[in-house]
Design a protein around this ligand. Structure first.
Ligand SMILES: [Zn+2]
Ligand SMILES: [Zn+2]
Length: 330
């Protein structure tokens, strides 16, 4: 087969470089995916910026992959050539550790993560363990679905962890929040959007999606809310969100990395408020979300970049210059 192209990170803190490589041949249990779109997730920034330890290097980032099955390895059932599939962050799990055995494969002791410990989707092609890929059907645009594969799936897990309350705060109104806001509103909840102080564009964006309130992260809406999910990687948002939630309320940290959480008075946690974190996803989370999202009519606001401009997409995300999600098109 011909060669493929990939945007490669040789070392953290360096720009990605376009490289040409032979198209990989899928091993037993794997599929080769011809990438049609790959979302840019904040986790990719944490890898590029050296905030996540021990990536495979060099690494091709990207774990919000939508593509078509281009080759099928030995022993793979359930996929056909040309079928549209999604490849998420959870690349593989061991199946044998206590967490895997208990159905908590998101906490696996020996996991593989797409675009972090195995090459991901900032490329024309990627191989993936077929057991962790999902059929996506033919409804919807590739680029608009790509952010579902992480912002959607891990956002969904965070959302579920936030409980059943009728009021939900979202801190950091980016890719995940704009998806979960749509799901929450569809489920009859009232959404409160917290953005960077003075970010009127993001606040208007949140209101345009149906948020009943939008303000800065230090502001408090007129009523205490049942739960908050924090998607921005800013530890100071934990005490801020604790101030906003009511008695018994939950604060869920949805990101893989956060700056240090400043100390705060116990009174903010008192009255059975909870602080919790979400790690990765299970395949069950993915199946649930992929069923809910089309029903909820989730539409992603995306900014498209050619693959060669991946560095620009990463900078725009880092600097908060885009609404919704950035997506690379090979
Ligand atoms: Zn395991
Ligand atoms: Zn992600």
């Amino acid at each position: 087969m011909a060669n493929m192209h990939a945007m490669v990170l040789d070392n953290p803190h360096m720009p990605l470089v376009m490289r040409e490589r032979p198209v990989p041949v899928p091993a037993a249990g794997e599929i080769l995916v011809a990438v049609s779109a790959c979302g840019v997730c904040r986790t990719d920034l944490h890898v590029v910026d050296g905030e996540l330890e021990h990536p495979k290097l060099p690494i091709v980032p990207g774990h919000e992959i939508v593509g078509r099955v281009a080759a099928i390895g030995a022993g793979v059932g359930g996929f056909t050539l040309g079928e549209r599939v999604g490849v998420p962050w959870l690349g593989a799990t061991c199946g044998a550790c206590p967490y895997c055995r208990e159905g908590a494969e998101n906490l696996c002791d020996a996991p593989v993560f797409t675009g972090y410990t195995r090459d991901g989707g900032y490329a024309t092609h990627a191989v993936a363990d077929a057991r962790y890929c999902f059929p996506l059907g033919e409804v919807g645009d590739d680029a608009e679905i790509a952010p579902w594969l992480c912002a959607g799936l891990i956002g969904w897990r965070s959302y579920r962890m936030a409980g059943e309350g009728k009021t939900l705060g979202l801190y950091g109104f980016g890719a995940a929040a704009h998806i979960l806001a749509q799901v929450a509103i569809w489920q009859g909840r009232r959404v409160f959007a917290f953005t960077r102080k003075g970010d009127m564009v993001a606040q208007d964006f949140a209101r345009s999606l149906g948020a009943v309130w939008a303000g800065g992260s230090d502001d408090l809406p007129g009523e205490p809310i049942a739960a908050a999910v924090i998607f921005a990687p800013v530890g100071a948002l934990v005490p801020a969100a604790l101030k906003a939630v009511k008695k018994g309320g939950r604060v869920v940290c949805g990101g893989i990395h956060m700056s240090d959480i400043p100390s705060f008075p116990y009174s903010l946690l008192w009255e059975e408020r909870h602080v919790m974190s979400v790690a990765n996803l299970t395949r069950a989370d993915a199946h649930e979300f992929l069923e809910v999202a089309p029903k909820a009519g989730v539409r992603c606001e995306v900014t498209r970049y050619p693959l060669a401009r991946a560095n620009e997409a990463l900078s725009d995300l880092r600097e908060g210059r885009l609404q919704g999600a950035a997506v690379l098109l090979p």
